[in-house]
Ligand binder design. Structure first.
Ligand SMILES: Nc1ncnc2c1ncn2[C@@H]1O[C@H](COP(=O)(O)OP(=O)(O)OP(=O)(O)O)[C@@H](O)[C@H]1O
Length: 614
């Protein structure tokens, strides 16, 4: 790679004026006059992070702009600061104890902090945040329902329009899927993620590496779609890793970042000439994007080689020499911004939409639905085979205690793992939509619980008769119905415990590891192995204890005993130390369920604040 003198003064000498290499904004597109065009301009952005008392400057005073009608690509080596810049421009990073952000970002000349910026700006993250058990059409319809007021017909038309525009019509009724359940392809998922955001017709679309993980053909189609969005007058900004030559040719504008500094900003088409005149000529038949990345390559950012620092210094000086040649701030009419308001959807409608969405996603998820009910059926049959007709004499007490102990653990663990396995995925969607101000934490939480109830009721109704009658438990209608209620409450407590764990876990993997860690100590306080006085208060926080107590109290109270009058007293409740009535036992279960849900809600609310303030 050539490192000959690349003095910025050579630019002028070589006949490079700003109009040559710096993009002039040309309004080539016909904009829809009903929607405002937004120019985003950022000035002297600095971003500093402090880790273990060591500060690192990620962005070192970056300025730039993105214009309506343009596709702006931000490129640079891994770690150059692309995502950081994108997040700051989208208003997603603010200063906090470990990060310091300075500089301004303006939309049509107005500081974005003074605007309800989220209403104008769609942000598509690198990982697709979609509920896996919805179809593409459902994902778009629910998104439209939450974001846009309008009749069902209007929503349907809007969704059909987006499906068509994003070429998703053919797979509209396919399930999205996730790592475990195969659904649509990566490119289709990415287009669905974009569609979910586009539905509210945002004027700015910001995407973090939308082509990552896609083959070159799919990436090409995706970029074409984004170019089409830009042609509608939207401002499109994306970080792109390794674009193909054909994709590179489609960029309207290019920003090259290295080490937190802008190395180039301007027309992508004219970048070749710019670099060439600085002495860095892209070889024939070589993809310019690839060449620029190689040019900016550094092996160790803390110890640059002589050649690396020379290239960076040259590019930096060349860019700085023309730093005043920024895009003109366009007068796009700030009034338009003030007038433009995304329509608000009523709270009742949002509650109905969220409940329906959560219900569908839950019912189709084999974890909490088919697998849970199948597990109940198989385990119940197994228990029946092992312990059928338990009896009502003294000899039976030991076995009945064991069966109740097992049932309490089984029902709670089914609920617990069920929640912990679904919550980490759902909460990502919640954080995103909560951050966008689509609904409140309480609305989400209540609708989630309502949506999950039917499956929990069905599971209790399926499992209870399969267990109660073959096991020969005390046969009265009242006791049977109470048993059904206890099985339901046990699962419900389990779900509550799962919410506490799941709300804190960012992935199912972590949740799976955390569930046994939390539940195992609580099982020790269930009440059967009551041989320790240590930390006895823990029993009040053990759902296993309350479930076991309720099952035993229901079975043993007023039981028709067949005990040997000369043998030991048939008083298992006394032996177990359970003095509460059945009403009180049920109340403990309800109190635990409500308490656990309240704790999980507080966790969600506190964690959500981080996203809300963005
Ligand atoms: N909040 C943070 N805490 C610690 N380090 C951070 C933080 N944000 C960014 N960084 C660091 O700043 C550098 C730039 O990160 P950024 O994600 O912006 O890079 P990037 O150019 O998007 O990289 P990539 O292409 O690999 O995604 C990285 O070294 C990253 O580790």
């Amino acid at each position: 790679m050539s490192t000959e003198l690349k003095n910025p003064s050579l630019l002028a000498k070589n006949g490079l004026d700003d109009s040559t290499y710096y993009e002039e904004i040309t309004q080539t597109q016909i904009f829809d006059s009903a929607t405002p065009e937004i120019q985003l301009a950022w000035e002297d952005i600095r971003y500093q992070v402090t880790i273990k008392k060591k500060s690192q400057e990620i962005l070192k005073g970056v300025s730039g702009s993105a214009n309506p009608g343009e596709f702006l690509a931000i490129m640079g080596l891994s770690g150059a600061g692309k995502t950081s810049l994108l997040n700051i421009v989208a208003g997603r990073i603010k200063s906090c104890s470990s990060t310091k952000v300075s500089g301004t970002v303006k939309a049509n000349g107005i500081d974005i902090n003074q605007l309800n910026f989220q209403k104008y700006c769609a942000y598509v993250t690198q990982e697709d945040i979609l509920l896996p058990f919805l179809t593409v059409r459902e994902a778009l319809t629910f998104s439209a329902g939450l974001r846009c007021a309008g009749s069902s017909k209007e929503i349907k038309d809007k969704v059909d329009g987006i499906l068509h525009e994003l070429r998703l019509t053919g797979i509209a009724d396919n399930m999205i899927g996730d790592a475990m359940f195969k659904g649509i392809s990566g490119g289709e998922k990415k287009r669905t993620s974009i569609g979910v955001e586009l539905i509210s017709e945002p004027q700015i679309i910001i995407l973090d590496e939308p082509t990552s993980g896609l083959d070159s053909f799919t990436a090409d189609i995706l970029v074409d779609l984004l170019i089409q969005q830009a042609k509608k007058g939207r401002t499109v900004i994306a970080t792109i890793h390794q674009p193909s030559t054909s994709i590179f040719k489609k960029f309207n504008k290019l920003i090259l970042l290295s080490e937190g500094l802008t190395m180039y900003q301007g027309s992508a088409a004219k970048s070749r000439k710019y670099f060439s005149q600085l002495g860095y000529k892209t070889p024939r038949l070589v993809n310019p994007a690839e060449y620029y990345i190689k040019l900016l390559h550094i092996t160790n950012r803390y110890e640059l080689t002589k050649e690396e620092s020379e290239i960076l210094e040259n590019l930096k000086m060349a860019y700085e020499g023309h730093a005043d040649k920024k895009d003109k701030i366009r007068d796009l009419g700030t009034a338009q911004l003030n007038l433009y308001m995304a329509s608000d959807v009523g709270s009742i409608k949002k509650i109905l939409i969220l409940t329906k969405r959560s219900f569908i996603n839950n019912v189709r998820n084999p974890g909490p639905s088919q697998i849970t009910i199948g597990f109940y059926i198989v385990t119940s049959i197994l228990l029946d085979l092992l312990f059928h007709d338990l009896g009502n004499d003294y000899e039976a007490i030991h076995t009945i205690n064991g069966v109740m102990y097992f049932l309490a653990i089984m029902c709670i663990q089914i609920g617990n793992t069920g929640s912990a396995m679904t919550f980490p995925v759902e909460r990502t969607t919640f954080f995103k939509e909560y951050g966008q101000g689509l609904y409140g934490a309480l609305t989400y939480y209540i609708t989630k619980m309502i949506a999950e109830l039917p499956l929990q009721v069905v599971a209790a109704l399926v499992a209870s008769p399969l267990l109660y009658f073959p096991l020969g438990l005390d046969l009265t209608a009242e006791k049977f119905l109470t048993f059904v209620f206890i099985i339901f409450l046990s699962q419900w407590m389990g779900h509550g415990l799962g919410y506490i764990v799941g709300a804190l876990c960012s992935s199912i993997l972590i949740a799976n590891a955390a569930v046994p860690m939390v539940s195992s100590p609580l099982i020790a306080y269930e009440g059967l192995m009551d041989n320790t006085e240590a930390f006895k208060w823990v029993q009040y926080f053990s759902p296993f204890r309350w479930s076991f107590q309720a099952l035993c109290v229901n079975q043993y109270t007023d039981m028709d005993w067949d005990c040997d009058p000369r043998g030991p007293k048939c008083d298992p409740l006394n032996d177990l130390g359970f003095s509460d009535s059945i009403g009180m036992s049920l109340l403990w279960c309800i109190l635990f369920s409500v308490g656990a849900r309240s704790i999980a809600f507080i966790e969600l609310k506190v964690l959500g604040l981080k996203f809300k303030n963005l």
